[in-house]
Design a binder for this molecule. Structure first.
Ligand SMILES: [Zn+2]
Length: 349
């Protein structure tokens, strides 16, 4: 299966060697991809996202404020308590958003796709930068898919260990975009309660799966098999977009879960199989977090192997003991309470 890997050379304009979200993350991924080529995978340099595409998600004030902040500094500075900014951060962020849009184009051309951009995006709300994120790359890609490719119903699945609060905010009232997030709880940004299910026309199109700390491959697979896949089947999306964050790996210095590289590969396999069954195989992965560079590189490689339908490498990092029941409470609650999982009547017609 042909896979397009979208690269973002401008990402190096936004880096801080003393911060976990730094350029060396991408360097580690690229080194692993070059050392272990994947049959059928080709690389393509990302475009810069059009401002119109960014403004389809973000407020004009947010975009102008970020550009002003970049223009006023001459060196690395703090933007928020946890997020740094450089004079060219907006350029890097704009290419990361462009990479996500390029992944949509590749998907629509019949390819599997993964966008390797940074800074990540899923914490950025329509009006606020936070959690290392400036522009919400996957939200911009979802709107791009609707506007430029006439895809209507889009499912976003976020397996980063942190709740994708920005993506949730962008689509909380939207009936056509299903946002599913599995995340450790309690953990930054301390949102993503399972009771948050969307509002208005979007009631039922937000699905949060809080997981206990140390949730392992067994816990994650249970959540995906018993909640995510049934919800996707019910929603009947036109494509799947994956917020691919790798900080749930046991080796991650920021996260507190116990997923392995093999587990990440198995999650992707489930999602790819769902895309094959539900939406002609249309699926694209967009990089979010992941701060153990060796786990990140191996997990991205495993993801692309799955997209290419090629065998994964041996998981040299292996497994660590974890909590195999870390999803049980959320699975039971959601299967009783979430409209996508329990209602007999058709709520999405
Ligand atoms: Zn994260």
């Amino acid at each position: 299966m042909p896979v397009t890997i979208i690269t973002t050379p401008q990402h190096i304009l936004h880096t801080n060697a003393h911060h976990p979200e730094q350029a060396a993350r991408i360097d580690a991924i690229m080194a692993t991809l070059h050392a272990n080529p994947i049959t059928g995978a080709t690389m393509q340099v990302a475009r810069m996202a059009d401002w119109d595409c960014i403004r389809a998600v973000h407020t004009p004030d947010h975009v102008a404020w970020l550009q002003r902040r970049c223009d006023r500094i001459t060196a690395l500075s703090d933007l928020t308590a946890d997020t740094y900014i450089t004079p060219d951060s907006v350029t890097a962020a704009r290419q990361a958003a462009g990479a996500a849009c390029d992944a949509i184009d590749a998907m629509q051309a019949g390819q599997q796709a993964m966008a390797l951009g940074r800074p990540p995006g899923h914490h950025a709300t329509p009006g606020e930068a936070m959690g290392f994120c400036f522009f919400n790359n996957i939200a911009i890609a979802a709107r791009y898919a609707q506007r430029h490719h006439r895809l209507q119903r889009i499912a976003i699945i976020d397996f980063d260990i942190h709740h994708g609060n920005g993506t949730q905010d962008a689509f909380y009232s939207d009936a056509d975009i299903l946002f599913i997030s599995s995340h450790s709880s309690p953990l930054y940004p301390f949102s993503g309660n399972r009771e948050q299910m969307g509002q208005g026309a979007g009631h039922g199109t937000t699905l949060n799966i809080p997981l206990q700390r140390l949730s392992d491959d067994t816990a994650y697979l249970a959540a995906y098999q018993q909640v995510v896949i049934p919800a996707l089947t019910r929603f009947q999306p036109d494509c799947l977009l994956i917020s691919a964050g790798y900080d749930a790996h046991w080796d991650d210095p920021v996260g507190n879960c116990a997923l392995s590289v093999t587990g990440y590969g198995q999650l992707m396999r489930l999602l790819i199989d769902a895309a094959d069954q539900l939406c002609d195989g249309k699926i694209a992965a967009i990089l979010e977090g992941g701060y153990s560079q060796r786990a990140l590189a191996a997990s991205v490689h495993a993801t692309i192997c799955q997209l290419a339908k090629q065998p994964m490498l041996t998981d040299s990092l292996g497994q660590r003991p974890g909590n195999s029941h870390g999803a049980d409470q959320s699975i039971a609650w959601l299967r009783t309470h979430h409209p996508l999982l329990h209602d007999a009547k058709e709520i999405f017609s």
